[in-house]
Ligand binder design. Structure first.
Ligand code: COI
Length: 354
């Protein structure tokens, strides 16, 4: 399929790298493509970033049939642009689409389209330390229909946003609030899919956490409210004794690309990494005995987010001395060094874009 290109009349001003937060600035162009049962995925095009015209009855607006991905493009010291494990994100996009009854995308073609879009928008990749170009591929259901079924037509798009740190805290410890009243996902639900509804479902408890002075929610499992699943919009890791522990993928946890990278990096250093069920009680017990050394979240947007405090059933504990732990710091640095091309890439995770 040929990708058509429509030139923008006016190009936007670029913000200063130092002024970048997360997710408020969008570049000049986006990629769009449509799906219909008769034509399959068709009309791939790079065109000016702008509103999507759709009917108020479009199914995505009513039943949330929407999936997305988050990945980043990084600028190296020599000005080259590179992606980090883009195939992993595109493969997960198709997995999420499968769960949301959406038509499959050709991952190779989407990667080509993304690279073409990035070549057009190369100048938008910021260069300051810790900044990057966040990439948001998305699929939405577009049938104008308000009966409940899966849509027949879809729009796929990719938008780009130059970003700095995800949390206002930057790479400083965040405070986490464990909810015992709300769950992010349930057994047999769509917790493992990167679908809009999972994020909508997280808002109410997050607001409660914020009101109590905490940045994010720690989610327990939706069956027993006992085992840790995720934290905020990230996967979660615990350093207990000499082990790095993360909840096993149980179909309600998102299979994070950064999670997987952390596991592989830590194993390559000879660390013992364990994927298993871990209860909130075990975490508090490990804190009591002094075995709980560090907690951190992992995600594309936040990279590594150290946790300084958690509160569960009204009891707040401080993790270590409340500052960034040595493993969190090393993982953050080594991951970023790989992503920004400052070190060799023994894992074959980096894809140069040009
Ligand atoms: C990401 O980490 O890329 C996500 O998609 C989470 C989102 C809430 C920013």
């Amino acid at each position: 399929m040929d990708i058509t290109f429509k030139k923008a009349e006016i190009l936007k001003d670029h913000p200063e790298d130092s002024a970048l937060g997360f997710g408020t600035v969008f570049t000049d162009y986006m990629f769009n493509m449509d799906y219909s049962p008769a034509e399959g995925w068709h009309n791939p095009r790079i065109e000016p970033y702008g509103p999507i015209e759709m009917e108020p009855s479009s199914m995505v607006l009513h039943y949330g049939q929407a999936i997305f991905e988050g990945l980043k493009a990084y600028k190296t010291d020599s000005g080259e642009i590179q992606l980090f494990r883009p195939e992993a994100n595109l493969s997960r996009l198709n997995k999420s689409g499968h769960m949301l009854c959406m038509p499959e995308l050709d991952e190779e073609f989407i990667l080509e389209a993304l690279i073409e879009l990035l070549k057009v928008e190369k100048n938008w990749v910021p260069g300051a330390a810790g900044t990057s170009l966040y990439i948001r591929p998305t699929i939405i259901a577009t049938d104008p229909y308000i009966g409940l079924r899966s849509s027949n037509t879809y729009r796929f798009f990719i938008i780009l946003s130059p970003v700095g740190a995800y949390y206002p805290e930057g790479f400083n410890p965040v405070k986490i609030w464990v909810t015992t009243d709300y769950v992010r996902a349930v057994r047999g639900g769509v917790g493992q899919a990167k679908t809009a509804g999972n994020y909508a479902a997280s808002l109410y408890a997050t607001n409660l956490a914020n009101k109590d002075g905490y940045t994010q929610v720690m989610w327990l499992d939706g069956v027993e409210l006992k085992y840790v699943e995720e934290v905020g919009s990230m996967n979660i890791f615990f350093v207990i004794g000499d082990e790095l522990i993360t909840p096993e993928l149980n179909r309600s946890i998102l299979s994070g690309v950064t999670r997987d990278s952390v596991i592989k990096l830590a194993k390559s250093w000879g660390l013992k990494v364990v994927e298993r069920k871990i209860s909130i009680d075990e975490i508090y017990e490990a804190h009591e005995t002094g075995e709980l050394k560090e907690i951190f979240g992992s995600g594309t947007a936040a990279v590594i987010s150290p946790v300084g405090n958690i509160k569960y059933n009204g009891k707040e504990i401080t993790i270590g001395d409340g500052s960034v732990g040595p493993l969190s710091a090393k993982l953050f640095k080594d991951l970023m060094d790989l992503q920004y091309g400052k070190t060799e890439d023994p894992f074959n995770w980096i894809m140069p874009v040009g």
